[in-house]
Design a binder for this molecule. Structure first.
Ligand code: HEC
Length: 141
């Protein structure tokens, strides 16, 4: 019955196409590493190393981008603070603060922000992860 077989074939093709579409198109499936490279690496460095002399203020009086690895202080913040810094900018937790760090709420979804932070956290050694997890537990929001 060639007729039935080609109908089945068409159904299988459509199913395969839908599966392909549903996969990488979903925001939560975009790996945090890729989101980091796309949105953060230009300032914080491809290897999370931050900008040179990141502890020294720029002529503008603002701070350069700090590293996100364990040599920086990203791990000093709770999950809730980190999410707000990335979504709304550091001014969200320090009103009036002058900074070169933009908020990403207009260009990244909440799940993308969580994914990029999970990527950053995944690069830390156990000690930093444990300290940061304790801070998050003490700051549920
Ligand atoms: C245009 C440059 C720029 C880009 C792009 C950028 N940042 Fe920043 N970021 C900064 C600067 C500068 C600071 C330091 C802010 C300050 O204290 O003034 C900072 C600070 C931060 C902090 C606070 C770190 C701490 O220890 O207090 C976090 C968290 C952060 N950025 C995450 C991100 C993430 C995640 C992305 C990508 C989604 C990103 N940043 C993209 C410039 C940038």
């Amino acid at each position: 019955m060639p007729c039935h077989r080609s109908a089945l074939h068409a159904v299988l093709l459509i199913a395969a196409a839908l599966t392909a579409l549903a996969g990488p198109a979903r925001a939560e499936d975009i790996p945090g590493r890729q989101l980091y490279v796309d949105h953060c690496a230009s300032c914080h460095g491809v290897n999370l190393e931050g900008q040179p002399n990141w502890k020294v203020r720029l002529p503008t009086g603002r701070l350069p981008a700090p590293p996100h690895d364990s040599s920086g202080h990203t791990w000093h913040h709770s999950d809730r603070q980190l999410f707000r810094i990335v979504k709304d900018g550091p001014g969200a937790i320090m009103p009036g603060y002058q900074t070169d760090m933009p908020g990403f709420g207009a260009v990244m979804s909440d799940s993308e922000i969580t994914a990029v932070l999970d990527y950053i956290k995944g690069t830390w050694p156990d000690r930093q992860r444990e300290i940061q997890a304790a801070k998050s537990a003490a700051d549920p929001g």
